[in-house]
Design a protein around this ligand. Structure first.
Ligand code: NAD
Length: 494
């Protein structure tokens, strides 16, 4: 990464943003805007259209018209593949520009943002572009005078609601399979992370995606997100975000057209370290990275560290060393390991969790404070808290910040019991040299993803989704295509 190029990009003014509807940049119907603050220094970066219910309805109408006339859905698969591949290439060609814009908006450290945002988004789009003409329907094993065909059809209009932690990566997890399957999409980015997604959507037009096939409406979740959820003309709603919003989306679907709703929600993922882990020093470094990168604003973050009692003190000391070695600061400095927290509100919430943990008997071994206040930005020291009881607030509720709670266990049975004692089930890990124990733990811990002797980094070939209150859908891999297609049976008498 070239610091001087990054600095040149950060010096550019960011033009006020507007919706992207039917291929056009349009302002809110009532002209309202909202200020966008940069978490780097707390200053106003630019403004965005503060969408209205009418704006969302216009975007959905545009998506519906695009779907019905077949301008995208009825193009030959090879033509659609070409457009998506061109889009992926454009994202890569503009990767640094997109990454810097996104970091100015959401605060992720640039090293991670470059890989996880444009890098990952381009890879995801390419994966689904390549897949779209390799997924077949089926012929049913019927009696001989019948032909039973099972078609896979696009659902129509997909509504996608995206959070702020990795907007391009998560956006592409929805857009890739939705568009590859021939649907039209209306995308609603998070209030505090819209800029890079808007730019990415403009590049889609440049790549040849017909106007109206991808529309972006910015604004507040409780206004435009709610309008999307309540629409009678959105067929499938895909969402990544908090459980409380997910609950609302299910209600919206029940109150409107019973649209299918897929939720990717939060987690309280257990990172379980046994005394026989192959390399404890390495495990400690990865455990620290697994919670502190992107200031802990990672859905699969290993936010609960469960350590076998016999190595507890030694292992915690190694994690603390790794945490204190992380350089927190300006996310656009290439030497920064941990950037800014996304917003003042999120930072305050993180600090409240630390206070509660202290009140409930936890010991703050490192961190716990807001730092770098002189910058005007939102920074927090990586925080390790020991003595966290399995039922404590910190062990039960998602912080979505750089706060690691540590709990000791005495044997495998107790480790499983503690690991499964939350409402969540998104991710987890087990560190052990014992192959049988590794397999037993993979089966016993109730999550959508289990890592063994590593944490994070699962690529697009495997699904990501939760169990319990971590959600009900899967992003990534060919399985994600199922959300964006309907099965249709043709029963033919021969
Ligand atoms: P959030 O629920 O506050 O917001 C997510 C999106 O929902 C935003 O675009 C927001 O504007 C919109 N929204 C808010 N209220 C709405 C409403 N009433 N109707 C419709 N839309 C509404 O979540 P967040 O704080 O942006 O994201 C953090 C959460 O996302 C964490 O819980 C995290 O674990 C989760 N997450 C999950 C995954 C995963 O794959 N499972 C990945 C990343 C983040």
């Amino acid at each position: 990464m070239d610091q001087s190029r990054i600095d040149a990009l950060r010096a550019l003014a960011v033009s006020p943003g507007s919706h992207l509807i039917d291929g056009q940049n349009v302002a809110a119907s009532d002209g309202a805007i909202m200020d966008i603050l940069s978490p780097i220094d707390g200053t106003v970066l630019t403004s965005l259209a503060r969408g209205t219910v009418q704006d969302m309805e216009t975007a959905i109408t545009s998506a519906r018209a695009a779907f019905e006339d077949g301008r995208w859905a009825k193009q030959p698969p090879a033509a659609r593949r070409k457009v998506l591949l061109r889009w992926a290439n454009l994202i890569e060609e503009n990767a640094l520009e997109l990454a810097v814009l996104g970091v100015r908006d959401n605060g992720t450290e640039i090293g991670m943002a470059l890989k996880a945002e444009p890098g990952s988004a381009a890879g995801t789009l390419r994966y689904y572009a390549e897949a779209l003409d390799k997924v077949y329907g089926e012929i049913a094993p019927t009696q001989s005078d019948i032909l039973g065909l099972i078609h896979k059809e696009p659902v129509g209009v997909v509504g996608a609601i995206i959070p702020w932690n990795f907007p391009m990566m998560i956006g592409a997890w929805k857009l890739g399979p939705a568009l590859a399957s021939g649907n039209s999409v209306v995308l609603k980015p998070a209030e505090t992370a819209s800029l890079s997604l808007l730019r990415m959507a403009e590049l889609a037009l440049e790549a040849g995606l017909p106007p109206g096939v991808l529309n972006v409406v910015t604004g507040e979740g409780r206004v435009v997100g709610e309008a999307m959820g309540l629409s009678m003309d959105v067929d499938v709603l895909v969402f990544t975000g908090s459980g409380s919003t997910g609950r609302r989306l299910l209600e919206y679907a029940a109150r409107s057209n019973l649209k299918r709703v897929y939720l990717e929600l939060g987690g309280k993922s257990p990172n379980i370290v046994f005394a026989d882990a192959p390399n404890l020093e390495e495990a400690a470094k990865i455990a620290a990275a697994g919670i502190f990168r992107n200031s802990g604003q990672v859905c699969v973050a290993g936010s609960r560290l469960l350590v076998e009692a016999s190595i507890h003190d030694e292992f915690v000391a190694a994690v603390v060393r790794a945490a204190e070695a992380l350089r927190v600061g300006d996310p656009l400095d290439v030497n920064t390991h941990v950037g800014a927290v996304n917003s003042e509100a999120q930072l305050q919430q993180n600090l409240r969790f630390v206070e509660t943990a202290r009140n409930e008997g936890g010991t703050i071994v490192t961190g716990g404070d807001r730092i770098l206040t002189e910058t005007g930005g939102y920074y927090m020291a990586p925080t390790v808290i020991t003595g966290v009881a399995a039922e404590a607030t910190l062990a039960q509720q998602e912080v979505f910040g750089p706060v690691l709670g540590v709990t000791a266990f005495t044997d495998e049975h107790e480790a499983v019991r503690i690991a499964n004692a939350t409402i969540y089930g998104l991710a987890g890990a087990v560190w052990t040299s014992n192959l049988s124990r590794a397999h037993r733990m993979v089966r016993a811990v109730r999550t959508g993803v289990m890592h063994v002797n590593t944490y994070g980094g699962a690529d697009g070939t495997v699904p990501l989704g939760g169990v319990g209150q971590s959600g009900n859908g899967h992003d990534k891999s060919l399985h994600a295509l199922e959300k964006y297609t309907n099965l249709k049976t043709a029963w033919i008498k021969l």
